[in-house]
Design a protein around this ligand. Structure first.
Ligand code: FE2
Length: 312
């Protein structure tokens, strides 16, 4: 079983209807799909791979060797306890935002990643417009909701991660299972080193590496806004003994001040559909409040998070 692979360029031609349907299926049945021919130049993606790997080697690797994960894993392995470390991840990570400090010692890193982020943000907007259309919402509805009514106020972050080779992958996760808090996530994952899995019908399945594709998934806020039509799906990264997995995830999330609620059009319509007996009603809340809850509960089920913000 493999997640859908969709040719995004086909949206602009005779196969538009079919492509919209493929994306609707990816959102409704999978929560994860891969885009090819997404319009991000290959030449840029090649540079992104190069500068991120160089950055890890030059500016991160040494620190990772001294990280808590490495020390604790050593301790556990020496004690031969087989007690899995379930409170941390085998991951080197930093986040790029417009207003934060970026790594600076890798030639070309800043310029390349700024260019990449600007391209990815445009792709995020296109993907959200497709979701608007598939959900029967006015064009720009999701973007507007995430921007809290203001122009360009949404949160756009890029998480650069590496999952170095792990000597005891059975004792620690690369990244523990979770659903994403935010909106639309666009992942540029390693060409070869896998490890990302999603939970589909009770089974963990691999998100197959496909060079230069962009993996899209929907976070908790898309689930709320779509009134449960598009679920945010559990996923995790397995640690692996071989290879250093590179993973660059960009998040188009609501601004912390944005109010998130199910789109009224979808609440009304749902009463007429066959699943009306299991309609979930989601709360209305301020995204910043959701993030406060998420910070404490990232690796727990999302439903209690919805309950917590409902109570706020
Ligand atoms: Fe995630």
């Amino acid at each position: 079983m493999a997640i859908p692979v969709i040719d995004f360029s086909k949206l602009n031609g005779e196969q538009r209807t079919k492509t919209l349907a493929q994306i609707a299926d990816g959102c409704e049945e999978w929560g994860f799909f891969q885009l090819v021919n997404h319009g991000i130049p290959e030449e840029l993606l090649e540079r992104v791979k190069k500068v991120c790997s160089q950055c890890f080697n030059q500016e991160r690797e040494e620190n990772f060797k001294n990280s808590a994960a490495v020390k604790l894993l050593n301790d556990v392995a020496e004690n031969k306890t087989d007690q899995k470390l379930d409170n941390l991840d085998w991951e080197d990570v930093f986040i790029l935002m417009d207003n934060t400090e970026w790594p600076s010692n890798t030639p070309g890193f800043r310029e390349t990643m700024a260019e990449y982020r600007s391209e990815l943000k445009k792709l995020a907007v296109k993907v959200m417009e497709v979701m608007d259309e598939n959900l029967g919402l006015p064009k720009g509805y999701i973007k507007k909701a995430f921007n809290g009514g203001e122009e360009d106020n949404a949160f756009f972050g890029t998480k650069v991660s590496h999952y170095p080779p792990c000597p005891h992958p059975e004792l620690i996760n690369g990244l523990r299972a979770h659903t994403d808090a935010g909106g639309v996530i666009l992942l540029f994952q390693d060409d070869k080193v896998g490890g990302l899995q999603i939970l589909k019908d009770g089974e963990w399945i691999d998100v197959q590496p496909l060079p230069n594709s962009i993996v899209i998934n929907t976070g908790d806020q898309i689930e709320v806004l779509s009134n449960g039509r598009y679920k945010s799906v559990w996923h995790r990264v397995l640690a692996t003994p071989n290879g250093n997995r590179r993973s660059i995830a960009s998040f188009y999330n609501p601004s912390l001040k944005a109010t998130i609620a199910p789109a009224p059009q979808l609440v009304e319509n749902s009463a007429n559909q066959e699943y009306h007996d299991r309609v979930i009603t989601y709360p209305k809340f301020v995204f910043g409040d959701y993030m406060s809850v998420y910070a404490e509960q990232k690796f727990l089920p999302k439903e209690p998070r919805f309950q917590s913000v409902r109570a706020m």
